[in-house]
Ligand binder design. Structure first.
Ligand code: ZN
Ligand code: ZN
Length: 362
């Protein structure tokens, strides 16, 4: 079978031939890969950035946002059968920390977790993959067009869930974290796939969503936001003057913006960052004002990455809910589908109008 592999920390990326994987234990499932989404992580990997091959190997098969179809199950597999659609989790636990031992590898404390397609485990850009049943999430057939967006959706599910849990833990409000967002004012900064999927989840929970980006208000990203009932604001000086938000979700990864956003946080507000910023020159910020406001206004700032099984399941539920509520809106996030034989066209460059590029395997 074919696979897309890189030599980590170089710019070598190629289509390679590999033996078909075989089920080796009764709890494993064999999956035919249908689609794999591409994100900044993949592009960083093919450009020679962050990636590690499995121990003792030179190459890493990349890809971590997968939708597949079950073709074979081990004798002990109960929840899946051939022809089922599945998405597969990315991270695998380390063997030492308390979080991983408790099934929370997305909060791994040792840093020695592994990740399919990123860190010491082959990813999903191949015709067939094998994994344990417990890392697979069943997907309803109706989601065949959008379930490749599940993995990026899990990132926002976790960020939003944790923000809501923090709020219900400290404020005298309804103890159900999902209800906290109802009627709240939320700012989503950056309308890439993560920002738009965040807007989707937030709108489903009844929040009033303002999305900020620098793109033309008549272009696709603002249109998708507005079709879900969100409001678009072009991010320029003074655009947000006088406004304050109960929750700010950052999905841009721009350090200067990251430090400007807290001024728009309401009293008792929560600010969650999901964008991965690069190193850069030091910034001049009024740290006194920033820290003082956090204290005097009871505000929270935290970062969030990756996601666990509960957030994968919630992502599938929300993608299905969104499709019922706004038929045809979420599929617009997938702006290109490219056969795996032409992977260079999307992996090594990025179309400026792209939201989510997908590579098709079957
Ligand atoms: Zn990704
Ligand atoms: Zn761990």
């Amino acid at each position: 079978m074919k696979a897309i592999a890189i030599v980590p920390h170089t710019k070598t990326v190629q289509l390679v031939d590999r033996d078909d994987p075989k089920i080796e234990t009764p709890t494993q499932v064999k999956v035919k890969v249908l689609q794999v989404g591409i994100c900044g992580t993949d592009r960083e990997e093919v450009a020679g950035g962050r990636a590690d091959a499995p121990p003792g190997e030179k190459m890493l098969i990349i890809g971590h946002e997968v939708l597949g179809e079950v073709v074979q199950v081990g004798d002990a597999v109960r929840s899946l059968k051939p022809k089922d659609l599945v998405v597969i989790m990315v991270r695998r636990p380390c063997s030492e920390c308390e979080m991983c031992k408790k099934g929370c590898s997305d909060m791994c404390q040792s840093g020695n977790y592994t990740e399919r397609g990123i860190k010491q485990r082959h990813g999903f850009h191949q015709e067939f993959v094998i994994d344990e049943e417990k890392y697979m999430i069943w997907v309803p057939p109706a989601l065949v067009g959008t379930a490749v967006l599940t993995e990026p959706t899990t990132v926002v599910e976790k960020a939003i869930d944790h923000a809501c849990r923090l709020q219900v833990a400290r404020l005298p409000v309804d103890p159900d974290p999902k209800k906290w967002l109802h009627g709240k004012k939320v700012l989503v900064a950056g309308l890439g796939p993560i920002g738009l999927l965040a807007a989707m989840v937030l709108r489903l929970r009844g929040a009033n969503v303002v999305g900020m980006d620098i793109v033309d208000p008549h272009s696709l990203r603002p249109r998708i936001l507005e079709e879900m009932g969100g409001k678009y604001v072009v991010g320029k000086e003074g655009a947000m003057k006088g406004q304050s938000f109960d929750l700010i979700l950052e999905a841009a990864g721009i350090p200067k913006l990251d430090f400007q956003l807290p001024q728009f946080l309401a009293k008792n507000g929560v600010y969650v960052l999901t964008g991965v910023a690069s190193d850069g020159p030091p910034l001049a910020v009024d740290a006194g004002r920033l820290m003082r406001d956090l204290v005097l206004e009871n505000q929270i700032v935290f970062g969030s990455v990756n996601a666990g099984i509960a957030h994968f399941k919630q992502a599938v539920i929300d993608l299905e809910e969104a499709e019922k509520k706004w038929r045809g809106v979420i599929p617009q996030l997938i702006t290109s589908k490219t056969p795996f034989t032409r992977f260079e066209e999307v992996l090594e460059k990025r179309n400026p109008d792209e939201i989510k590029a997908v590579i098709e395997w079957a």
